[in-house]
Design a protein around this ligand. Structure first.
Ligand SMILES: Nc1ncnc2c1ncn2[C@@H]1O[C@H](COP(=O)(O)OP(=O)(O)OP(=O)(O)O)[C@@H](O)[C@H]1O
Length: 796
């Protein structure tokens, strides 16, 4: 089949908008007859009058202007009916047949946007930011979005209003200093920006200040007007904040990220958040020491006190009529009853139980009280409708939700509040926020908007919960701490494995919330940093570093393959460092393998271009023998090969092929030879080849890869060592600058040590191979002998 004949011709040149407007050149060429003086004036005039935003966003359409974390969002390819319409520019949408006449508009947009521009995934791009990325909600995501989302005016008042109790005083002071410092930093930003932003109490602008020092010098800019104008709001936030801190601790919190590690990793990028984690840990530990059984809460506030809403929940849990039960609680209860109880309890019951006991138990009565005026303050505060969520409960998918918290500051998942600390990143389908729970544990909260998506896609997103539940307790997979799907029917269907509404679209404004273990940095950024260190020096990648992380990558993928799950979107950005170890994330397009087969059935082609296997590009087409091309575990192995290649060489194997079609063509061509530049360790090349074999049946499986000589170098037997000693003795005669002799010696050494790179199992099985090997050895020996004789002749 001549696939290319059907391919639409895409422009080789990048779209105009992507062409860097080099004013100098244009001016020069268009006025070639003018005097150089005039040109200079013209250029100066252009520069002077260029609008500000043009300077920052229009010029320099470099892909490298991607914020940390955001950088690694690659071009995910989604095809056919399952392609969701609201992807960011990084997302490719292709019709299933890949024929020109069936290409969707999205595809054209993508293909155009990537033409001439590297679509090799921004994952190795330095985490510097100078541009703006639109996220799925149409909001502009700026680098500053990563910063604290706390309300500015809350700062000044919090410290004075939160009492410091005598018990755990140090720890509480730390919390307060944290609050003070983080909010103060935010204040600075707020004060420095225009007044219109003062009303944005969500603080979405975030702080661009990278350190406290800078912030301190600007604090004097704070105007009295701004503080007083937002006083009323501040009271409300204070109430919310206190209320938040009074929430019961989640037992799941022990799974949160190590604060110390977080501090270490992020020290350069998010100093304020570092302070947060560090202090929260101190607090948690101090409190634990003081009373290991108490539910943690800072300040001298009672240790456990539910919000007014929580009290409703408690009633409901006891004997209150159903009408009083908030919807989320009903849903939670429902889910616990209707689904796998043991698993559910881990995620939901754990969270609610402390609330019940603390309020209804005798201790609870004594402890769980906030000052009434504070509660009043919370409930009387005008509620800001969340533009994303206000319709979430409409049309019967879930009952109307009353809010007693500011959605700009908090997320609520299963009745538990999580305070926003900043946006970490946004993928093609989601946005991920760093949050802190009431027990001061840091989590990542992934929020996926469902509205407008086709049902199958929404179903797929929801399946991620299913996979993560299945992978609970697996240390090399990111752990799901809690979750909520506002569309209960959808969740129920996913959990039951049914799909009734395959063709429909999600109309209700539903969301999926997933509270996840927090990862400090992803592999894409680790690689980018590593390569920055290496570039400009004559060093190559440290093999031990490579072994350390490659082994973890393999083990993580092995875990899911053993569970019969194919990830389908393996790339550096989907491996997160948690407490020093890599964990796999993003099961958004993962698929389970049916028990009677080894492949998964896909309705569409999915993945991230640079890491997609040939069969992923051709999924569901027929090969030359008429067999349907399917994806299975080998498809993940190919992606692993691309990751390893990137770790070794600093770029993916097909990075030179810039456009989608160029990549498609080369990756699906069985005769294309991937270039492997020479390395000091030939095993490394062999290992990459084992993963990147075009024929998926030739690719090694993970158990084999874990035994590959690169990870498990063979120990040479005594005899071999002797032969190597002999060779090094001979090598000394030639000196290091005799390239020819040294090449022969190292070839001989390799042949004698281990006749690589033959597959280990059929090592020297055939007589012919042994014969060939011996003749090659003797040939090299004779040549070396000649060289040695020549050398001695020269000396005489
Ligand atoms: N648990 C976590 N801890 C820290 N950061 C996370 C976590 N989960 C996700 N992220 C960040 O958010 C980004 C997007 O997350 P994720 O890949 O799960 O979303 P997605 O919408 O499926 O993205 P994609 O389109 O790349 O598949 C990740 O690359 C990572 O940087």
């Amino acid at each position: 089949m001549d696939r290319e004949a059907n391919l639409p011709v895409l422009p080789d040149k990048p779209p105009k908008s992507l062409i860097r407007p080099i004013l100098n050149q244009e001016s020069t060429s268009s006025s070639s007859s003018s005097s150089p003086e005039l040109i200079r004036h013209l250029q100066a005039a252009f520069k002077r009058h260029r609008p500000l935003n043009m300077q920052t966003t229009t010029i320099g359409p470099r892909r490298s202007v991607v914020p940390k974390r955001e950088a690694s969002r690659g071009s995910r390819l989604v095809t056919g009916s399952t392609a969701e319409g609201q992807r960011s520019q990084d997302v490719v949408s292709l019709s299933q047949s890949l024929a020109a006449n069936t290409l969707t508009q999205d595809t054209r947009n993508l293909a155009t946007s990537v033409a001439g521009e590297s679509i090799d995934n921004a994952s190795i791009t330095p985490p510097s930011v100078s541009g703006t990325i639109n996220n799925m909600f149409g909001e502009s995501f700026k680098p500053s979005d990563r910063q604290m989302d706390l309300p500015k005016p809350t700062v000044a008042n919090l410290e004075s209003k939160l009492d410091i109790g005598s018990r755990n005083e140090n720890a509480h002071k730390k919390v307060q200093s944290l609050i003070g410092s983080t909010l103060t930093s935010h204040d600075m930003e707020w004060d420095a920006t225009n007044q219109a932003e003062a009303s944005n109490l969500g603080g979405r602008t975030g702080s661009r200040h990278q350190n406290q020092q800078t912030g301190e010098s600007e604090i004097s800019l704070k105007s009295e007007y701004k503080v007083s104008s937002s006083l009323a709001k501040t009271q409300g936030h204070l109430g919310e904040f206190r209320n938040f801190l009074n929430q019961p601790a989640s037992q799941c919190s022990v799974m949160g990220s190590s604060c110390a590690t977080t501090t270490l990793i992020h020290s350069s990028s998010a100093p304020m958040l570092n302070a947060t984690t560090q202090v929260s840990r101190s607090y948690v530990e101090a409190d634990r020491n003081a009373n290991p059984h108490a539910v943690k809460s800072p300040g001298n506030l009672p240790s456990v006190h539910p919000s007014s809403k929580d009290r409703n929940i408690l009633h409901a849990n006891k004997d209150a009529p159903a009408s009083e039960i908030p919807s989320s609680t009903i849903d939670t209860e429902l889910r616990v009853k209707q689904t796998d109880k043991s698993t559910q309890q881990q995620c939901t019951t754990k969270v609610e139980v402390p609330v019940v006991s603390s309020t209804h138990g005798s201790d609870g009565q004594a402890n769980a009280r906030l000052p009434d005026e504070l509660l009043t303050g919370v409930s009387s505060q005008p509620q800001k409708p969340d533009k994303h969520e206000k319709a979430a409960s409409s049309k019967g998918t879930s009952a109307p939700r009353k809010r007693n918290y500011d959605p700009d500051l908090f997320f609520k998942v299963n009745g538990k509040l999580y305070q926003r600390l900043g946006k970490i990143g946004s993928g093609g389908s989601s946005e991920v926020h760093k949050v802190i729970s009431s027990d001061c544990t840091i989590y990542a909260l992934k929020k996926i908007k469902l509205k407008g998506r086709d049902y199958a896609t929404a179903y797929g997103f929801c399946q991620e919960i299913g996979y993560l539940k299945k992978l609970k307790g697996k240390t090399n997979i990111i752990q799901l701490v809690d979750y909520e799907v506002t569309d209960k029917t959808l969740l129920q269907e996913v959990l039951n494995g049914t799909m009734s509404n395959k063709e429909g679209r999600v109309k209700d404004d539903g969301f999926i919330y997933m509270v996840l273990e927090y990862g400090e940095i992803d592999l894409a950024h680790m690689l980018s940093q590593k390569w920055k260190e290496i570039e400009g020096s004559d060093r190559t990648i440290d093999e031990n570093w490579l072994r350390f992380y490659w082994q973890q990558i393999l083990q993580a993928v092995n875990t899911i393959h053993e569970e019969r799950i194919v990830h389908s979107d393996l790339k550096p950005a989907n491996f997160l460092l948690v407490r020093g170890f890599l964990k796999l994330i993003d099961f958004g397009i993962a698929k389970a393998i049916n028990s009677d087969t080894t492949n998964i059935q896909r309705d569409s082609q999915v993945g991230t271009l640079s890491y997609m296997s040939p069969e992923a590009f051709m999924c569901n087409e027929t090969d030359e023998n008429g067999n349907t091309i399917k994806c299975g575990r080998p498809s993940d192995i190919w992606s692993l090969g691309c990751i390893l290649y990137q770790m070794v060489y600093g770029r993916t194997p097909f990075a030179d092929y810039k456009t989608f079609w160029a990549k498609f063509k080369v990756i699906t061509d069985p005769n294309h030879e991937i270039t492997y530049n020479q390395l000091s360790n030939p095993w490394l090349i062999d290992l990459m080849k084992k993963c990147l074999a075009w024929d998926r049946n030739q690719r090694w499986r993970i158990p084999e890869l874990l035994q590959h000589p690169f990870l498990a170098p063979p120990i040479p037997p005594e005899r071999q060592v002797k032969s190597i000693q002999l060779l090094s003795h001979i090598a000394e005669s030639f000196g290091s600058d005799d390239h020819k002799a040294n090449t022969m010696i190292s070839q001989l050494e390799q042949l004698l040590t281990d006749p690589a790179p033959l597959p280990r199992n059929d090592l020297l099985d055939s007589r012919d191979e042994k014969h060939q090997l011996l003749s090659r050895v003797s040939e090299l020996c004779l040549q070396l002998q000649d060289l040695l004789l020549g050398l001695e002749g020269d000396k005489k």
